[in-house]
Design a protein around this ligand. Structure first.
Ligand SMILES: Nc1nc2c(ncn2[C@@H]2O[C@H](COP(=O)(O)OP(=O)(O)O)[C@@H](O)[C@H]2O)c(=O)[nH]1
Ligand SMILES: [Mg+2]
Length: 311
């Protein structure tokens, strides 16, 4: 496919088009990912998450510039699971792109919910594979929020940064909500505001309650002021240190990610197949008129399906 060759050469239009297609159409995604997957694996996937307004986009913009200064090509996927595709996301991209205008080594793209959240997670993973194969050294996945939905998306990353700001307490909240599992690094942004030191200390105190083996990675708590470009180099250095420290962990995460993706794709395909054959409708009829319960109806559908495939 011409598109695939162009993506692998790093053609920006082809990359943009490929991402649109993986977003909109799982069948196209299968063909595109099939064409580019083998060329990937070289990029570092960096997750950045946190509540709206803490300064994620500002920080990612500075991180992008700092990586560029270190000679790395950077793609940014800005994911917003909370809102449908609105002008806001697009506007954010434009502002960001202006800061890197004319730089072929930077690519920015918004991903928004077009329907189901599960679809967004899949599309985000697929888009990251496309960007990886297109030769970006770093793919940043920036996501709003620190709930369960984001945890799903963050399985997509090799290293995850949770961003907070002074006075919100949401760093500690995030730890309580179990985000610890996915956070490799905390950043208290807006360190120019009062209370940054205290916010960092509170996060450190919450983290110190976790019982970890002595050699385990303890998520560092950094402070940045994105608007003044302060502390950004340390964030990049810490991400590099994490990778050096946790090579085995990264391999393990990538295995988990592969498993999660296969499970997801299998589930989607089975459901889509049954749906297309009218099976869901038949099951619903049987359940509503009282002939079958949902377990029995599903069992019947699975049996019908394997009979069809078997003979
Ligand atoms: N005082 C201060 N404001 C900041 C800093 N970083 C970002 N902001 C401001 O915080 C607001 C939200 O930033 P944005 O990057 O859009 O946050 P996001 O919603 O997390 O992506 C904007 O008005 C930024 O200019 C910082 O380090 N200090
Ligand atoms: Mg933002």
């Amino acid at each position: 496919m011409a598109t695939i060759a162009a993506v692998l050469e790093g053609d920006r239009r082809a990359i943009a088009r490929a991402i649109t297609r993986v977003e909109n159409d799982p069948a196209a995604a299968a063909a595109i990912i099939g064409g580019v997957h083998a060329a990937g694996g070289g990029a570092l996937l960096v997750g950045v998450t946190g509540s709206p307004g803490v300064g994620k986009s500002s920080l990612v913009d500075r991180m992008t510039a700092a990586w560029r200064a270190r000679g790395r090509r950077v793609a940014v996927l800005a994911v917003d699971p909370s809102s449908p595709f609105t002008g806001g996301a697009v506007l954010g991209d434009r502002v960001r792109m202006q800061n890197h205008a004319g730089d072929e080594g930077v690519f920015v793209r918004s991903m928004a919910t077009r329907g189901k959240l599960g679809g967004l997670a899949r599309a985000t993973c697929d888009a990251a594979v496309v960007l990886d194969a297109a030769g970006f050294d770093v793919v940043v996945i920036e996501t709003v929020g620190v709930g369960q939905a984001e945890v799903e998306i963050f399985r997509a990353a090799d290293v995850t940064t949770v961003v907070t700001m002074p006075g919100t307490g949401d760093g500690v909240q995030a730890i309580k909500a179990g985000v610890m599992e996915i956070a490799d690094l905390f950043v208290v942004n807006k360190a120019d505001l009062a209370g940054a030191g205290r916010a960092a200390t509170e996060i450190e105190a919450a983290l110190s309650l976790a019982e970890l083996p002595p050699e385990a990675w303890r998520p560092p708590v950094l402070q940045t002021t994105a608007t003044r470009n302060e502390g950004v180099g340390e964030v990049l250095d810490t991400i590099d240190r994490f990778r050096e420290h946790d090579d085995a962990g990264t391999t393990e995460r990538r295995r988990e990610r592969a498993a999660a993706r296969v499970r997801q794709i299998l589930a989607d395909r089975v459901v889509a197949g049954v749906e297309a054959s009218g099976g869901i409708d038949r099951a619903v009829d049987a359940i509503t008129d009282g002939t079958l319960d949902p377990y029995a109806a599903s069992e019947t559908l699975l049996r019908d399906r394997s009979n069809r495939e078997g003979g």
